[in-house]
Write a protein that binds this ligand. Sequence first.
Ligand code: PLP
Length: 421
Amino acid sequence: MEWFSRSNGELFAEQVSVANIAEQFGTPTYIYSRAGFEAGYKAYEEALSGHPHLICYAVKANSNLAVLNVLAKLGAGFDLVSVGELERVLAAGGDPAKVVFSGVGKQRHEIRRALEVGIHCFNVESEVELERIQEEAAAMNKVASISMRVNPDVDAQTHPYISTGLKDNKFGIDISRAPEVYQRAAELPNIDIVGVDCHIGSQLTTKEPFIDALDRLLILVDQLAERGIKLKHLDIGGGLGISYDGEVPPTPTEYLSEVRGHLMAQEKYQHLAIVVEPGRSIAGNAGLLATEVELIKKSDHKNFVVVDAAMNDLLRPSIYSAYHGIEPVQQDDSKESLFCDVVGPICETGDFLGKDRDIKVAEGDLLAVMSSGAYGFGMSSNYNSRNRIAEVMVDGDKVHQVRRRETIQEQFATESLLPEE
Ligand SMILES: *Cc1c(COP(=O)(O)O)cnc(C)c1O
């Protein structure tokens, strides 16, 4: 996480002290680095330059308007899974013509809105959905561009909950049935077939599963060509991993140069534009979660560092047993190292941010939960009636609050009591 570095043991976000940010905005707070998001995006641009491409940032990884705006300014496209995400992209200045719309349960009103603003394409995940899009497009007298999300049945070798490309998964259309479904799509008057799509999972740390999936997609491209169906793009999804705990995933260039190699090797594939849908690999290492130690609870067999952030703020450790590095904001070697679990105050055993860590820590210290820029705030909730926390973005030597901390009144705002008897 090069946007977060130390000077005299003190942690900085770009040029700003994390302790100063915590003092100004309180804790817990998500701290993002603009340069981090930009570098994440540019790594894909570089990897794909010279080949027709579209980089669609997966909005669900971090959907703060300021994050979307920073990426929109670089010319990013967006991968979305709901109309709420579409409205965010529009509000942040994103170009609807660079939007792809994924998701297994697109509702009719969502399809209509996407047709109205003119998205690049729908990634269709079932035959039922295909018919639904046809009906809505016909009613609006429009033509819907579509790409079929196929399930290539490859094992992404990642956590089962973030593996999405296996046969028994809810996502996509079984690749063996895809030619028939494309045939049906080709017969529909308000459907224009533009591509094929897959997304096999998240936090992949080797390129082999991606390349396996690609090769299966290319076989499908051939089968479709035999039926006279010519595709314009190949969407290979997102899923590239980041380093949370010393993993060394391929860089976008390492991964995509191999993809380009497979396409360029045969003339029949050379016209295919490459679409990617990276989320985590753009946002993950561009953020951290700053939290304060409330108290330390020691016992004979276990020590707990209780912090003011909890599973409702950062859910990944609880649901995926995910690892996030946890570091003191100010390193102090005079403190004794404590073997501990770092936990939140929520009434759940699953409420932890880290287990079995060695941290030099005392009450009142600030800790940084690293690599929290993706699937952090976006998965947060009000569980235990906790206010949703603030988000700030550092840009060089400046700090901008991009979401202020929620208030208790705001939590109640949409609720009401039963009428008086
Ligand atoms: C979540 C998701 C992505 C992004 O995945 P990352 O692992 O964050 O890169 C891309 N495409 C689809 C369809 C997704 O659901």
